[in-house]
Design a protein around this ligand. Structure first.
Ligand SMILES: N[C@@H](CCC(=O)N[C@@H](CS)C(=O)NCC(=O)O)C(=O)O
Length: 214
């Protein structure tokens, strides 16, 4: 499997951590996000959305980060990472869809305002952040409630759903995600996900770097 990605972005880090979690070997083809390489060929011919990442496996091209992890888990036959039991799988698929349609877009506002804009010499717009707060707390509250009754998102062990849902929060400190008040969510993130070797191996730090600050 070849993964065309920039490891510093949310959905690329998600895929790299997820593939390591699954135990799927991959080769990384670096695509420079901040240089806009996702908007040009050769990447654009793989993913017409001009967004990262994309996967190539022999003659099969796949984009959408969550679809890549579903494919990889099934290809490897890793049923612990992506269980086949009907209801558990439907539950995980539900969280994957929810992450892509609701959770990522909300967390992304904080990433753009508090990380990307200042890095590019601009400033966060407080009105944009304030406007997103209610939506963020509604969604974080849904996760928090779930994590009040299960150790991991879909039961007693980690699955691809945990990696997928943590990804939009991967720079939570720098993003200034308003996590206070979401105790179960914080505990899951800090004590569980952040201790997974796949998460630690793919760490991204303030400044969008994979180099650990001294
Ligand atoms: N739903 C897509 C979203 C992909 C996406 O939005 N990728 C971002 C990086 S995290 C991107 O490359 N955006 C294009 C851009 O900002 O130019 C997926 O999960 O793969």
């Amino acid at each position: 499997m070849k993964i065309h990605a920039d490891p510093i972005t949310v959905n690329c880090r998600k895929v790299l951590a997820g593939l390591q979690f699954i135990g799927a070997p991959y080769e990384l083809e670096y695509v420079d996000y901040f240089k806009g390489a996702q908007k040009e060929d050769p990447f654009l011919s793989l993913n017409p959305n001009a967004s990262l990442p994309a996967m190539v496996d022999d003659d099969f091209v796949l984009w959408e980060s969550n679809a890549i992890l579903q494919y990889a888990a099934d290809k490897l036959g890793n049923e612990a990472a992506y269980p086949k039991d009907l209801k558990t799988r439907a539950d995980i698929n539900r969280w994957l869809l929810w992450e892509s349609s609701s959770w990522f877009p909300s967390c992304y506002v904080f990433l753009v305002e508090n990380c990307v804009k200042p890095l590019l010499g601009g400033a966060a717009d407080p009105a944009v952040l304030t406007a997103q707060e209610a939506q963020f707390h509604k969604l974080a509250g849904i996760l928090d409630k779930r994590l009040g009754s299960t150790e991991w998102i879909s039961g007693s062990h980690a699955t691809i759903a945990d990696v997928v849902l943590a990804a939009p929060m991967h720079l939570h400190g720098w993003q200034q995600l308003p996590l206070n008040g979401h105790r179960n969510l914080k505990r899951w993130l800090h004590e569980r996900v952040e201790n997974l070797p796949c998460w630690q191996n793919t760490a991204v730090y303030e400044g969008f770097t994979t180099q650990k600050p001294q």
